[in-house]
Design a protein around this ligand. Sequence first.
Ligand code: AMP
Length: 288
Amino acid sequence: MDMEKNMMIAVKIKEVRAQVAAWKKEGLTVGLVPTMGYLHEGHTSLVDKAVSLCDRVVASVFVNPTQFGPGEDLETYPRDFEHDCALLAAHGCDLVFHPDVAEMYGEEAATYVEILSEMPKQLCGKTRPIHFRGVCTVVSKLFNIVQPDKAFFGQKDAQQLAVIKKMVQDLSYGIEIIGCPIVREQDGLAKSSRNTYLNPEERKAALVLSKAIFLGEKLVSEGEKDAGKILTAMRERILQEPLARIDYVSAVNGVTMMPVDKIEGEVLVALAVYIGKTRLIDNFIVKG
Ligand code: AMP
C-alpha cells in the first residue's frame, strides 16, 4: 500500500478489507465513491459530499469491463490514474482502490447480479442490454469489499442511481445510497469523462444536450404537464444540430423508470444523444 499525501492506494482486495476493518474498530464511518477514473469535478463533488458525511472515504477507480457491450469504448476509455490520485487526495479521500481486472474478476468469475424487472431495460438499457448487469455486479462486489455505511452516486447517471437503489433494497444491503446533483461545465454541458472524445466542432454541438434539458425544465416550470409535448419540443431542439443523433428522449417514473405520459409525482426526463461517435447523456428530475 502506497501513501500519497496521506492517501493510501490499494490494488488488492485484502488491503482494503484490512484498512476498513481497522477504521471500523475505531468506530469510524466509511463512505464509498465508485468511479471509472479520469476524474473531473462531477466525481470530486461526490468525494466532497462523502467527506462531509463520513469519517473516512474510499474511492474506487476501476474501468469495469462487464458493463461495456461489444463495440463499446472499453479499450479507448480515457485513463489518467496519477491525475486521479492528485484530485482525490486534494479532496480529502483517504483510500483509493485501484484493482486490475484479474483482482476483481479472477479467471473464472461466473456470478452476476442482475435486476430482472423492466427497469434496466428502459432508457440506456435499450441500446446497452448488459450494461446494468455489469454495473450491479461490480457495485455489489465493491459493497462487499469495502462494506461502506454510505455510497455516493451522481444524478448524471440517473438510471444507474435508480438501479443501485433497487439492488440495495432487493438484496438488503445496509448501505445508504446518496444521490448527488449533476455538475456542469460553465456553458452547461454535463461533465463526463467521455467529453474528452469530442473534437472542437463536436464539443460545440454537444451543447445541444443541455440546451434541450434546460428547455424541458423551462416548459415544466411554466406548468406544462403533457410529457409528449415536452419531449417533442426537446427532440426538435436537438434535431436543429446536424452532428446530433438521438438515441432516446424520454420521460419516466423517477423510481421505476417506466414511461409516463403526464408530469406527475417524481419524473425523470432523460436523454441520450450521439455527437459523432460519442454517446452522451443528460437529464433533469421533476419532484412531485
Ligand atoms: P463514472 O466514472 O463515469 O462511472 O462515474 C462515477 C460516478 O460519478 C457516478 O456515480 C456518476 O454518476 C458520477 N458522475 C459522473 N459525472 C458526473 C457529473 N457531471 N455530475 C455528478 N456526478 C457525476
